[in-house]
Every structure is written in C-alpha cells, then in structure tokens.
Ligand binder design. Sequence first.
Ligand SMILES: [Zn+2]
Length: 268
Amino acid sequence: MGKTIGVVSRFPEHLSHFDLAYYEVKDVAGVWHPPIVGTVPMVSVFGDNRAASDHPEWVQVDANGQRAVRSSRYFDWDAICPSHPEVRRLAVDWVQKAAQQSRSRRLRLDDASFAREGYCRCELCLEKAGGQDQLEAYRQRVISAFVEEVRNDIPHVDMTLFPDPLPGHLERRFGNNLDQLSDLVDRFIVPIYDLHYATTYWLEILAQGFRERLTRPFFVELYALGVAEEALGRAAEVALHYADGVLFAYGNKLDALLRLRERLERVS
Ligand SMILES: [Zn+2]
C-alpha cells in the first residue's frame, strides 16, 4: 500500500483535493476557525495567546518564575498550564466542538504538551505532583490522562510531537510519554520545518530517529509556503523513506501541491 500524502491548509478550496486534509480550527493565537466538514480538525490545546492574556494566572512558569510567553526568549507562543481545571475544561470543550462541527471521527491535537524542560512549576503543579522530584512523572500523567479523555469521545486521535527524537527528551521536556501515548494515539505527526530544505541530512536524522523510537505510524509535516518545489520534493522523498506519510503545511499553490503528490506517489 502506498504511503499517505496530505496537507495542512488554511485554504478551504485546497482541502477537497486531498484524501487527508488537516484544518486548523483553533490555533496558538487563540483564534477559532469554523470547522469544515470532510477535514480533520486540528486544535492547539495548551498553546493559546488569547487565553494567556485574559488569564495571566494560567500561564506556565519555570523554577525562576520565567513565564512561558512570547515576550520571553524561548517561546513563539504562550503556553497555559493543564493543571488548572479551567484550562483542561476549555481544552476538552474546544476539542469536542471541533469534532462535532466537522463531523469528523478523527482529530489532531497540537501542543498537547508542556512548554519545555522545567515547565511548569506553578503552585498547582507542585501541589498536585506532590513535590519537585515527582514533577516529571506528574507532567507525563497529566498529558496522557488528557489524551485519554479526548480519546473517550473521538475514536481516532492524531498527535503532534516536538521534533526531538532523542531518548527521554519528549518525556522529560514536554511531558509526552511515548509508551503511554502509543496506546491512545493513532498516528503521531512530527513537523520538521525549514524555509528552504537546501540540505536534508538533518531531516533524515530526525525522521530516522522517530522511526526507531515510535511503535505507531507517524507522518512528517514539511513547511511548504514559499519553498521551491524541487527542494520540497526532495525533502519529502527523504522523509517518506522513514515515515508512513508526508504532510505539506500551509502551501498556497495548489498546482504545485498536486504535482508533488503525484511525484511522491510514483516513488512510494
Ligand atoms: Zn502548572
């Protein structure tokens, strides 16, 4: 059987051309885009700039009190803490609404993770973990329990992972315990983004690392907006050597995307 070639798109008119099309229903800015029937909704659950501004007390913090927000040096968006019952409830509401309105039996979770190593150490996390030395295990339990809750309502859950396949990193840095999650998730999606893909050796290393670590199917997601078609095609061929599918994200030229799919279907 051939491998999957799909898209992540903000262009509704592109979506029907692909058997697998992800549509960002709730993004990290906190903006809600009405779901589109026939597509797989993507929901950023614990990344939300709007919720973080409205509720500064929900923002994740580290041991030095540094907040996981855009204005600090590490972060591209604001991360809110799933230890807050309100955050958890909001995330479940978004997910349910996205699945219902798109009438999809599949949903993709984005940012179902903690912000990075050392996050979060808010009072609530420390209290619920039962001490600093329990924080890592606690974080993993929180994320796995959340995914399990989503999975109770939606039969097929896809999940985005940070592109770090080094042993123990997803667990320690992001609270994503692959052993626990593999029982809950249909497929993992690993965005490996570049603006040019002028070289691909690093992409190959990452894709191979995930192939070795994951027991579930996984797709590599490539950034397509403004990337030269030939370079993107080569990058996709490298990724497909290891992954079960490739997704082209945010490309705005439908004819190029269709040509790329044709090219990859010939080689996969
Ligand atoms: Zn917290």
